[in-house]
Design a protein around this ligand. Structure first.
Ligand SMILES: *Cc1c(COP(=O)(O)O)cnc(C)c1O
Length: 377
């Protein structure tokens, strides 16, 4: 089965893990610090905070910004549920915003404007599929409205622009992302005071960590705030240091494969649309396509599976999840809902070859152009 995504891990990661085990120091040590430095450098940032997941990163950002009860945060519904869950963790209210269009399935500024209220405090942008939101326009909007701009950059690691939109950006190193530590995440926050608050809250609000106490004369510590255990361990950091060496090259392979997909789909599946038809900076996290209206998506999924091609959906809209429906029953986002109903994500990762891309497109063409549906060819 050709998978939608696959982690690239092997001998270097195994070697890095062995070294950590031999070192006898398993969490929050030199490797976490080295990983933070390397990840920050790659994004032109001074420093960053490594954490256990992107979910933790988003929670820590909202917590450090003092967003809480009574505050509203603008979020897309075309995202992973973690984006809006983080808003609920701090007892604030997520306000779902529709996408621009099926071609640009990013949060719409016009819709965001319409959903602003005096209680709106922040915006969480998602660089859907790796394609960057319009920085100038969002910065102008945020400035005009006095809102904090936060990036959920889970899909877009490795791009210089990411982490420069607003106050902070959250990254994910989950197993299906552009680079992985199995589980893991990071926060880039350029204001050192904000970064310090996030770093403190990551480890129980403790004034010093175990590693620092080892190297200091006073083995005591203080707790200055109610923090969390959102630490990253040395094993994950060691894997991350190896993965960082591949990230930019892998993103480039993703780009080349995406260009090929676009050309072949236009040629062989002209009724299938590929979002982001205009050039836009991207980390090419996933390959979303929009199926024509006259086909049943489940049939296409089943047929692709018989051709050995796995597919997924990005995303079932968050506001339609049972948890959110119960809390926010009256929300309708027509463009998000229409996009989500016709979207299909086809395999894209750096171990895919151009031959495999050809095979996926051929299987897609065969799966939608069956006589049963009236061939469009
Ligand atoms: C994967 C993902 C997350 C969550 O990342 P974790 O590291 O698994 O917590 C958040 N937002 C988006 C857009 C994601 O794709």
């Amino acid at each position: 089965m050709l998978m939608v995504s696959a982690p690239i891990v092997g001998i270097p990661e195994k070697a890095a893990l062995s070294e950590v085990i031999d070192s006898g120091w398993l969490t929050m040590g030199d490797r976490v610090l080295a990983f933070e430095q390397a990840f920050a450098n790659l994004h032109g940032a001074e420093d960053c905070v490594a954490v256990g997941s992107c979910t933790a990163a988003l929670h820590l950002i909202l917590h450090a910004l003092d967003i809480g009860p009574g505050d509203e945060v603008l979020v897309p519904a075309l995202t992973f549920v973690a984006t809006s869950n983080a808003v609920l963790y701090v007892n604030a209210t997520p306000v779902f915003v529709d996408i621009e269009s099926a071609d640009v399935p990013l949060m719409s500024i016009a819709e965001a404007e319409a959903r602003c209220s005096p209680r709106t405090k922040a915006i969480i942008l998602v660089h859907f599929a790796g394609y960057l939101a319009d920085r100038d326009a969002w910065q102008a909007f945020a400035a005009r409205r006095g809102l904090l701009l936060i990036e959920d950059a889970a899909h877009a690691p490795g791009l210089k622009e990411v982490g420069t939109y607003g106050v902070a950006a959250a990254f994910s190193f989950y197993g299906n992302k552009n680079m992985t530590t199995a589980e893991g995440g990071a926060v880039i926050a350029r204001d050192p005071a904000l970064r310090d608050r996030i770093r403190l809250a990551r480890g129980h609000g403790m004034s010093s960590g175990t590693h620092q106490r080892l190297n200091s004369r006073t083995p005591t510590y203080d707790v200055t705030m109610l923090g969390f255990n959102y630490r990253l361990d040395e094993m994950r950091a060691a894997i991350g240091l190896v993965q960082l060496q591949g990230l930019l090259e892998w993103n480039e392979i993703r780009r080349i494969l995406t260009v090929l997909y676009r050309r072949l789909i236009a040629q062989h599946c002209p009724t299938v649309a590929v979002p982001f038809s205009e050039p836009r900076t991207s980390a090419y996290h996933i390959m979303p396509v929009i199926l024509p209206e006259n086909v049943q998506r489940q049939d296409v999924i089943d047929r692709l599976r018989t051709h050995g091609v796995q597919t997924t959906i990005h995303y079932p809209p968050v506001h339609e999840m049972t948890l959110y429906r119960a809390r926010f029953p009256d929300i309708h986002l027509p463009k998000t809902e229409a996009f989500s109903q016709r979207e299909l994500t086809i395999p894209l990762h750096p171990e895919i070859t151009s031959k495999m891309v050809e095979a996926v497109v051929a299987a897609l063409a065969a799966s939608i152009n069956l006589p049963h549906y009236g061939s469009v060819a």
